[in-house]
Design a binder for this molecule. Sequence first.
Ligand code: SF4
Length: 482
Amino acid sequence: MTTDKSAANERYRAITRNNISKLPQWETLDPELREAVEVVSAVLPFRTNAYVVDRLIDWDKVPDDPMFQLTFPQRGMLNEDDYRAVRKMIRDGADKKEIEREANRIRLSLNPHPAGQMTHNVPTIALDDGTVEPVQGVQHKYRETLLFFPSHGQTCHAYCTFCFRWAQFVGLEDLRFANKEADQLVAYLKQHPEVTDVLFTGGDPMIMKSKVLRQYIEPVLAVESVKTVRIGTKSVAYWPQRFVTDNDADDALRLFEDVTNAGKQLAIMGHYNHPVEISTGVAEEAVRRIRSTGANVRMQSPLIRHINDDANAWAELWSRGVRLGAIPYYMFVERDTGARSYFELPLAKCWEIFRKAYQQVSGMGRTVRGPSMSCFPGKCHVLGVSEVAGQKAFVLEFLQARDPDLVRRPFFAKFDPTATWYDQLQPLTASDRKFFIKPEQVRPTVEVTVGRDADRSGHTNGHTNGRHAGVPDEALRSQDPQ
Ligand code: SF4
């Protein structure tokens, strides 16, 4: 372990499949664990860094250590048949291309783009000639909030093993979101004054040099209707030096000040999975420095088996955050993609963990919402388990929804102790059916075919519905009994 001071002065050093064997800790790992890293990382992305390895992982607790589970691929992340198949190819010295072909087959079986991202959330922009064009690199699922994926921010200081955007990191090119220009974004925002919040996301936008990030953010500040700029980032946990000692840490803070001086709210959506991530001196200093610019820091994370399925860990995370002035924001449910079978927890268990953690924190920490599923119709909040007309049921509500009219209306699903995701739930009564919207009930904004550059093309008169992305098709909705 290094001291806080030396950690704060170190330079970023990535650790990947290619250089992992040079790590002193590598030799101390059980050979089976080493093999698992090698096999699984042939299919799913793997990147950690020296700060995570030296400062955040407790090697005496490996393999159970949460930060080890968070950044090192685990055998259980692939099903046994797939694991054995890839292992055999590696052991037999198979050709790289052959392994890559097998890896791609497995990747495509893992629901690489959940919740209609490729088909239902892609907005369009009206052109002067009357045609419409998809705005790639942008998602517009909820009326007020637009997600922007700057092309230079599509990687991270380390990769989370559970990552729901993992497909971007393994070269599934056709599934990448990217947008080289902020111009299209600004043009879209001007045509959509209902958008008040722009979330810069990735990957991790804070991977960019500050001057590159500035090129994306500055034009948005001139859009009057945008009131809040959000930056989704894991750097506060994986590389807090980004805000403290990196060469352009101060430039990043100047940019943040420029956002708040322009009269916009700046929210750093800090992705913290475990309290250890906010326990080092440099991580604390990062929060202090960000807040000194007038920005606020919000904390969010999914609830993940093997990593943070522990109410005490959540309570400690929120309490530490509150002490530093950060705001607990969301506890999410692990999404329906990638190695979910290794990481997911039953919804009933998620609710129990949330409740036990929530009980332990003061009102300052009770700003947090959850557990919440970012599923196709919206952000579905599991309010609890109760009995309704003699039947055990989940009590649910949408915190956000494609159809704003569904927001904050309590509804019920039949209790299922094994259900881990929204699409496994059944409406309790006929009046609950309207809350269970399936992608096939909503006309896509962009039709996507599998293949290179599918629908990245320009004009798409025939492919778009010319409406705000993802609003339920009224014709289909009217067939609903309610
Ligand atoms: S920081 Fe976010 S985008 Fe990056 S690997 Fe982790 S979950 Fe994925």
